[in-house]
Design a protein around this ligand. Sequence first.
Ligand code: MSP
Length: 527
Amino acid sequence: MSDGSSFYVTTPIFYVNDVPHIGHAYTEVAADVLARWHRQSGDDTWFLTGTDEHGQKILRTATANGMEPREWADRLVDSAWKPLLKTVDISNDDFIRTTDERHETAVTRFLQKLYDDGHVYAGEYEGYYCVGCEEYKQRDELDEPLSGEYQGQLVCKIHSRPVEILKEKNYFFRMSAFEGKLLDLYESQPDFVQPESVRNEIIQFVRQGLSDLSISRSSFDWGIKVPWDPTHVVYVWFDALLNYTTAVGYGTDQELFDRRWPAYHLVGKDIARFHAVIWPAMLMAAGVEVPHKVFGHGWLLVGGEKMSKSKLTGIAPSQITDTFGSDAFRYYFMRAISFGQDGSFSWEDLSARYQAELANGFGNLASRVIAMLQRYFDGEVPAAGDPGESDLHVQQTVAEATKDADAAMQRFAIHDALAAIWRVVDELNGYITEQEPWALAKDEGNRARLQTVLYTAAEGLRALAVLLSPVVPQATAKLWAALGASDALGELTAQPLRDAGRWGQLPAGIRVEALEALFPRIDQAAA
Ligand code: MSP
């Protein structure tokens, strides 16, 4: 992942049976931060997201709403899933729907190839199926409640709803043949599945032995037709996983595919198995390189449980952004939760961090420095004199934070990257408190020192704007404009991130403009 190399990042494609909640927005934001970071580092970046529209779950939801599945999917994509991207400021390069023709054509080609190469056979499937998960289940993945609505029935542990018993003639993918190769993959590429907790779980799962996978259904027809037997449709997960390749030219544009592939996949840990077991096995069978990485992030918990619509704990992203704004949404979830671990959401924590870190820590710093430049230098960034120890310390902090943040982003440790960048916020706040520019301003004899102090603060803000722009793009764009940096240095998003720590980029003599509060006080009643 050096400069100019390919960085292709994906989110799971979301089911259109329901509207998004903050758990879905969380994955989008994480992928977006990584994509913006890499784009701004000069990497050949591509960010894909989209929707998963086939299968029984969508079919049933559409039918229950008196609509055709395609019509239902169109409605949800336009009214809920695409708007989500605006709500949290997502900079995706493409949006794939599994009902797109480009996808359907390439899935058909992929499957035909597996069939021609002997990886698929006809058989009989008999077992449990959870429509909520769209997954075949083993007995140990089910509960038998002792009371309540489903007493005595077998229910899925994830959805707490009864599973169905399937007995169908299906086509099977010889996944069991890839057991050894998968174990070799996890061994030889230890960061293929991350974090470690998810990697260990996957290895344990595969070590217990893999069965073949039923990859077609014949009891309904909402799906992509199996090319050699149109009485079957492709199993929804087999269809869905392929989106990552069909969106970048698999089976249709080899040159594009070679440029983008392999990908970095961000997924919730609940669907890591599909991505780290079934998906690489499918690719191996087709002779396609496996992804660079499958990163299984944790869950957002509400009241200690995975937040979900089906359990009525879903919170709509706009409930947060309407009050706090999209930057605060992005910052909060990336900072408060170690990426890879579960995290509890609470309004109190969100409010507290908004006030302490964004409004007081960063926002105030920016407003104060700009206001002092206006007051003491008539809005012009002064030239700095020779730096003393404290000024050099600021420079060093900025350089180290840039290096540490980049290293953390390469590991997908977004929270660590933010913590590194925040050292600059804290350093600058401490520097201003110590240097007391307002006291220096009282004595003309301290003018040279005042110049150095305010240049140092302004240049520190320049670096902060660049480093934080992937996380809080709106606030940093305002700060960039107020610093007068656009004319002098060009667009904020064109500033090379890995160069952000190089001191002295902001030229003396540029004019700053008044800056409105980046993170205004929230009316407590609204929050
Ligand atoms: N359609 C499949 C994915 C196919 S990818 C080839 C799917 N869709 S989903 O809409 O149900 O879920 C999408 C993602 O949202 C999953 O990664 C899931 O983990 C994530 N989340 C759902 N609830 C979540 C939380 N409460 N917290 C964090 N992520 C959550 O699965």
